[in-house]
Write a protein that binds this ligand. Structure first.
Ligand code: IPE
Ligand code: IPE
Ligand code: MG
Length: 259
C-alpha cells in the first residue's frame, strides 16, 4: 500500500503505525550521576521492551528515532559511543528480532556511517526482509527535511530523464519517494522526555498523526506507559478536516467528558 494521504484506520481505536521519539536518555543518566552513555544503554532496554509490546499488541508498524541528522553535532565522544552501541545492539538483537518475525528496515542516510555499521544494517535488513510480523523502521541519521529533499531529487531526476512530467507530481507520487513509502502514515506519534517538539522526525508523514507527549524519560518508558498512550489515542477523533458528524459522532472532547 502506498502512503495514502489521510487514511482512516481500520480499527479507529487502534493505531496501525506508531512513531516514537525516544528522548531523555541523557537526563535519565544525569539524575543518577551516571555518564550519558549509561542512559543510552538503559534506553536500549526500553527499546527492546517497546518492540516486544508493539508486536504483542498487534501494532503493524513501529518507527523509532535512534539518531537524528542533527545528532552529529553532539560531542564526538558521545557520537562515537552511540555508533559503537548501534553496532553492538544490532549484533546482539537481530537473531531475536528475526525469531519474533520482525521486519527491520533502516531509514535515513546511511552513507555517513562507517563500513561496519553499514554492513550490520544491510545484514539485518536482508535477514528479516521476508518476515511478516511487526515492521520495525529504525531512523538513523534520519531527518524529515532530508527525506523531503531526497524525494525532490529523485523526482527532479525522473523529470529531467523524461520518465515523468512535472505536472504528474502530486502528494501520492511524492510520498512514494519518501522513506516510509508503502506504509500508512503514523497514526500515533509519541515523544518521551518532556519536550513538545518534532525535532525533524517524520515531518511529512506526521501531518495528521495524533501527537502524544509525556515527561517520562526514555529508559523508564514501559508497557504501562505505552498502554497510557494507546488509551489516550483511543479517545481521539480523527477528522482529517471533516466535521464530527461526518466521521461518526461526537467530538473527542465530548467523548472524553462522557468517559
Ligand atoms: C535520546 O536521548 C537519544 C538520542 C538522541 C540518541 P538524549 O540523548 O537526547 O537525552 P537527553 O534529551 O539529553 O536527556
Ligand atoms: C531527537 O531528540 C532525536 C532522537 C531521539 C534520536 P534530540 O534530543 O536530539 O532533540 P532536541 O535536540 O532536544 O530537539
Ligand atoms: Mg534529547
Amino acid at each position: 500500500m502506498a502512503h495514502s494521504n489521510n487514511p482512516i484506520p481500520a480499527d479507529p481505536s487502534h493505531p496501525r503505525h506508531i512513531a516514537v521519539v525516544m528522548d531523555g536518555n541523557g537526563r535519565w543518566a544525569s539524575k543518577r550521576m551516571l555518564p550519558r552513555a549509561a542512559g543510552h544503554k538503559a534506553g536500549v532496554n526500553a527499546t527492546r521492551a517497546l518492540v516486544e509490546s508493539c508486536a504483542r499488541r498487534s501494532i503493524a508498524a513501529l518507527t523509532i528515532f535512534a539518531f537524528s541528522s542533527e545528532n552529529w553535532k553532539r560531542p564526538s565522544t558521545e557520537v562515537n559511543h552511540l555508533m559503537t552501541l548501534f553496532v553492538k545492539t544490532l549484533a546482539t538483537e537481530i537473531d531475536k528480532l528475526h525469531a519474533q518475525q520482525v521486519r527491520v528496515v533502516f531509514i535515513g542516510d546511511r552513507n555517513r556511517f562507517d563500513e561496519k555499521l553499514r554492513q550490520g544494517i544491510s545484514a539485518a535488513e536482508q535477514l528479516t526482509k521476508n518476515n511478516t510480523g511487526l515492521a520495525l523502521n529504525i531512523a538513523a541519521n534520519y531527518g524529515g527535511r532530508w527525506d523531503i529533499v531526497n524525494a525532490c531529487k529523485i523526482l527532479a531526476n525522473q523529470v529531467s530523464a523524461g520518465s515523468i512530467t512535472a505536472g504528474a507530481i502530486d502528494e501520492t507520487t511524492f510520498s512514494e519517494q519518501l522513506c516510509l513509502a508503502g506504509l500508512p502514515a503514523p497514526d500515533l506519534f509519541i515523544r518521551t522526555g518532556g519536550e513538545r517538539r518534532i525535532s525533524n522526525f517524520l515531518v511529512w508523514q506526521c501531518a495528521y498523526s495524533e501527537l502524544y507527549f509525556c515527561d517520562t524519560l526514555w529508559p523508564d518508558f514501559n508497557d504501562a506507559e505505552l498502554a497510557r498512550a494507546l488509551d489516550w489515542y483511543a479517545t481521539r477523533q480523527r477528522r482529517f478536516g471533516k466535521i464530527a458528524e461526518q466521521v461518526g459522532g461526537e467530538s473527542s472532547e465530548s467523548q472524553q467528558g462522557a468517559g
